[in-house]
Design a protein around this ligand. Sequence first.
Ligand SMILES: *Cc1c(COP(=O)(O)O)cnc(C)c1O
Length: 372
Amino acid sequence: MMSDSFIPISKPFIGPREKELVIDALDSGWVSSIGKYIDEFEANFARYCGTEYALAVSNGTTGLHLALATLGLKPGDEVIIPDLTFVATANAVAYTGATPVLADIDADTLCIDPSSVKSLISARTKAIIPVHLYGHPADMDALMEIGNAHGIAVIEDAAEAHGAEYKGRRVGGLGKCGVFSFYGNKVITTGEGGMLTTNDRDFHARAKRLRDHAMSPQRRYFHEERGFNYRITNLQAALGVAQLERIDDFLSRRAEIMDWYNAEIVTSDRVRLNRVKNWAKSAFWMICLEVDGFDEAGRDAFMQALKARGIDTRPYFCTMSSMPMYRQPPLPVSTRKAQIGLNLPSFYELTKQDVRRIGAEVNEILKEMRAA
Ligand SMILES: *Cc1c(COP(=O)(O)O)cnc(C)c1O
């Protein structure tokens, strides 16, 4: 790669094995939502997560909605979610008619703060959705304790955290269920796609029925309730099978890239990269940079300066509480993080030279801005 070529924030890696399996799926004629690759993808993914079941779905958003519909969420119910997440978490709750209730986040993990969750529990609370943000697992023991004490289901939004571990256990099997995304920039991709993991046999059976319009098993084309078409295609599943074969390789490269960044970027109390708890193994889906000296305009100017030097970045997600659909008074930690945080490039083919160049530019621009 030329040293001054443009470095994107993210890029999928599609190898010969991916092409081989997708072509095989095409040649088989099973292009739609029946086919051997779907069964194989589900079985392999469940084994990978250490769960009894995995159900492939059309994307992560539909996976979240399916999980909530399977639990029977309805108008009047409340679901506690973090204020800082991708909007799909909140939207999926709203699709059921239930109300997303916004909790603040932990300043280190960027994941939902259990003490904030505790303060928001009401008689209407039916579920908690921790998001393993940017690949770092949420503090699941504390959340499960709250959930168990009140009989509330905990749904892991693991869309960004394939292979991440909490106290040595892979995410996806820690709560009632886990939801993964295979969008093009996620840890592994199927183009569009998702997976719903669980150890609960009845939950899985009901989710599977709802995924396919809740067709009666006894009577074809008779439907006792309103379901969905949230199926994945065999073509996408073929891509997923190939991607999952090399997930260990993808994840170790992500960890290596994190190490390179830690070595290159001059950090301090006020300039931070990803923090990882001693009980966590992060998937490092995104490299996170926070600068305390920033305000939102300063952060955006910094990103502009990097772009002018050929380096793509993206800001942290906006808080849910700042959006018209979910507007409420700002929460302190999530609001601050959303102003000062950004993501740096990380993808399989990013080289150590690239990270060296990015690190040098980051250090130089920060010095120029005197934000550090
Ligand atoms: C990507 C993502 C989703 C949604 O996944 P899609 O497959 O894009 O629908 C949900 N939650 C989080 C936290 C995500 O990052």
